[in-house]
Ligand binder design. Sequence first.
Ligand code: ADP
Length: 491
Amino acid sequence: MTTDIRKLLKDPSLFKEEAFINGKWVKSSSGKTFPINNPANNEIIAQVANLDAADADKAIAAANAAFPKWKSITGKERAGLMRKWFDLILQNKDDLAILMTLEQGKPLTESAGEVVYGASFIEWYAEEAKRVSGTIPTTIWGDKRFMVLKQPVGVCVAITPWNFPNAMITRKIAPAMAAGCTIVIKPAEQTPLSALALAELAIRAGIPEGVMNIVTADADQSIAIGKTLCASPVVRHLSFTGSTEVGRILMSQCAPTVKKLGLELGGHAPFIVFEDADIDAAVTGAIASKYRNSGQTCVCANRIYVHKKVHDAFVEKFSKAVQTIKVGNGMDAGVSQGPLIDHAALEKVERHIADALSKGAKLVTGGKPSPLGGTFYEPTILANVTSNMLITYEETFGPVAPIIPFESDDEVVELANNSQYGLASYFYSRDIGRIWKVAEALEYGMVGVNSGILANEVVPFGGVKQSGLGREGSVFGMDEYLELKYVCITL
Ligand code: ADP
């Protein structure tokens, strides 16, 4: 280990390598740890507790023990604690951003942005904790009255990915906590440090022991722990963000105990530029959507369809803009694209590009690993892309923009919808009739019209088809953690 993370932080005690169960920092019962790698330089920056299935059982037990009290205090009390947690996260934003960049690679400004975005869910759901209201339907049976209560689901589990090490946790834990649920979180093996720092701040905010537990594990133990979490009859809800493939496994593992599920899975977002689009705005939107987080987001534009009439103008401007992206270590000032998370990610990018070029695509810019080496890759644009190329039907998760020309609205909507995925979609047009029609026709959970950025805490995030189940964020995200109970009273 060469980098001493503690020396980089204003508050070194935010750097944790132990897991967090029942309000305590714990080692794995086996005593084993696993290494955390900085993708920018391949340095091992931490050795984190490698928990196993038996440890996960302890976390479930802690969450179960904490549940009766946590659900019984008022929503207002929960809101007060969550608000304190939110304030502490913002006060420690810089340190949280450094931890994230070191373990994940994204530029420091993006990390800081994610910390604020992640915290927004805690603020929003703290406010919502006071507004959980049932209903009293008007009676149709004269001697009886009806009541519908909303009650917390119970012990919840969150399994989260490495691409947003902070926000994918807060987006799940905040509505769960606000609703009165307790939770066990299994962060991605690549990025547990952000999760552990959040737990340290939760303790300081006074969140009671057992309400939030973090089980850290490497890839192999994550599979074993996943089985335990899914099999437990105590766990009533599982929320997962990650690949569709793993989502299917978790769904089947949850079938025997019939858990409630929230799944945010893969995406393959179409980004359509119509002939009446504001081309400069479309370029700005495409850059934000495609290259943020090195193209490693499930809402990244993965297929850019451009009308033939504006194709050349768009490609020229887009290419100029892409060439201003500065690739480098996310800790360095001015860097706008960090490394890819690992070599497998780099290989997928290379495979998609090689396949497209072999089938007649044209390289506009990029197309090779960055001279920086490691997993840095040049921001890339491919033109003349056709629908027989892998990149048009597989999620790339890298900084590659394939451009596909089109001629008619019907044709492009059909191409856009021709996917097993249905998470985010984007299109640019100034024609109000077209905007309505295309927004209605796209089979996606989210549609950005003249906007390359979509997500925030007040709107529902989620997909249709094999992109998942349920929604996160907004009032709808809270419902995922609440059960309805109907009470019938004879007078
Ligand atoms: P990605 O492809 O983005 O790495 P994954 O879907 O593989 O995403 O992983 C997302 C999360 O799911 C991580 O926390 C990872 O440890 C976990 N995970 C992966 N495979 C399994 C599994 N079989 N059971 C439980 N959790 C898993």
